[in-house]
Design a protein around this ligand. Structure first.
Ligand code: AKG
Ligand code: FE2
Length: 399
């Protein structure tokens, strides 16, 4: 059994999370994250998922929060109740780092008692740099691999830092726990879900983009916020997709050139690639990004499976359509300053692109989202009764 270092209360557990769970969280992050709280950091909080009409996407987190809380209670022998103070996916890109600190080192962070960091991807495979260090005690260094968990007290017994990321995108699921019930995240999340559910007119499971500046990645956060790029476009472009404006958006390139990208964000779009057009219309850019990231997540499964790979919804772009795609892309690229370094490392490990698989992924995405939506509907009444988010086995809720 791993021993516990009492002067530096901490525990490292390798392979705590299954790899498929890491991949699922990566999908959620890469299709929903916003610009984070520090330069070159992106984050996906549960309240953000709820606010963008994706409350169902909090479902995969529920059993994980429970499992992590139990582990923290066990490792630190807690004989009092703990509350989750914060749950979020956090990714760091080239240039991000953090110096020596403890996690409760600000007056507004004093309520934090324990930290749990689950690493969702792997040093050297998905990113370079980003090694974790404790200032005193053992282990002094920790090289993250997907599935690993690090637990420590949030106080000055565990001063730590993280080396600068030199390549790629380093992704974690980070939770803080508090003994103070007034910092319980569940109560806030529940009230947000209630608010979201009572907002009529939103189609379930179709993401609603937040305001554009939440996706704006400044090239140099310290000087000039004008220069930078939009995260959602950037992810689509880096993955090799183009955007085809749907018919009513014919004047989009002019709007973009005049500095207004918000309509490209919130209006329907189609995806194009290599001279072909996928005829399914997505409600907005985030919707398209979710489908594309879902395809990336499930790609290897889809390639090996017997699912019907319908290619009827793929058409060759006419010369006029090609020009529309290219005009919009030119306008967007001149509006943005894309930083090639941000997402590229580790890219190219995906298999070859296949329209039939993308099409199958879109159908699967819909089923996946509807299933989570159903789960949420089943859990909500119980959550409201207990003012607490917990998982219930489906055999219980189906009775
Ligand atoms: O991602 C990590 O390894 C730790 C990050 C950290 O120290 C923090 O967010 O406070
Ligand atoms: Fe920290």
């Amino acid at each position: 059994m791993a021993s516990m270092n009492h002067s530096h209360p901490r525990r490292i557990i390798r392979s705590f999370l299954p790899l498929d769970v890491c991949k699922e969280l990566e999908f959620i992050h890469k299709s929903n994250c916003t610009v984070g709280y520090r330069p070159r950091v992106f984050s996906t909080t549960l309240s953000h998922l709820i606010a963008t009409n994706c409350p169902h996407l909090i479902m995969p987190f529920i059993p994980l929060r429970e499992k992590l809380k139990e582990k923290v209670e066990e490792v630190f022998g807690c004989e009092y109740e703990l509350f989750v103070e914060f749950t979020g996916l956090i990714s760091w890109t080239k240039g991000a780092s953090i110096g020596w600190h403890s996690d409760d080192n600000r007056p507004y962070l004093r309520q934090r008692d324990f930290t749990a960091v689950c690493y969702l991807n792997t040093h050297d495979e998905d990113f370079r740099g980003g090694i974790f260090h404790f200032q005193d005690g053992e282990p002094a260094n920790f090289v993250p691999m997907a599935g690993d968990l690090v637990l420590y007290t949030a106080d000055s017994c565990n001063i730590h830092c993280v080396d600068e990321i030199t390549d790629g995108e380093r992704l974690t699921l980070t939770l803080w726990f508090s003994r103070n019930s007034s910092h319980d995240e569940d109560a806030k999340l529940l009230s947000l879900v209630n608010q979201n559910i009572s907002d009529y007119g939103h189609t379930p499971c179709i993401p609603l983009p937040a305001s554009g500046n939440m996706y704006w990645f400044p090239s140099d956060p310290l000087s000039d916020h004008q220069r930078g790029f939009d995260l959602c476009f950037a992810r689509l472009f880096f993955l090799g997709y183009d955007i085809y404006p749907s018919q009513e958006n014919a004047c989009l390139p002019e709007m973009v050139l005049s500095g207004d990208v918000s309509d490209v964000f919130t209006n329907p779009v189609k995806l194009a690639r290599g001279g072909k057009l996928f005829s399914k219309e997505f409600a907005n850019l985030l919707h398209a990004l979710q489908a594309v990231q879902f395809y990336n997540w499930k790609q290897s499964v889809l390639q090996q499976s017997e699912v019907t790979r319908d290619t009827n919804n793929v058409v060759i772009l006419s010369e006029a359509q090609k020009e529309e795609v290219s005009n919009l892309k030119q306008a967007l690229l001149s509006h943005m300053q894309l930083d090639e370094n941000v997402f590229c490392y580790g890219k190219g490990r995906e298999g070859p692109f296949d329209w039939g698989c993308l099409s199958a992924a879109v159908t699967w995405w819909e089923e996946y989202m509807l299933e989570l939506h159903k789960q949420l509907q089943m859990h909500l009444p119980l959550w409201k009764d207990h003012a607490f988010l917990f998982s219930v086995s489906s055999s219980v809720t189906e009775e």
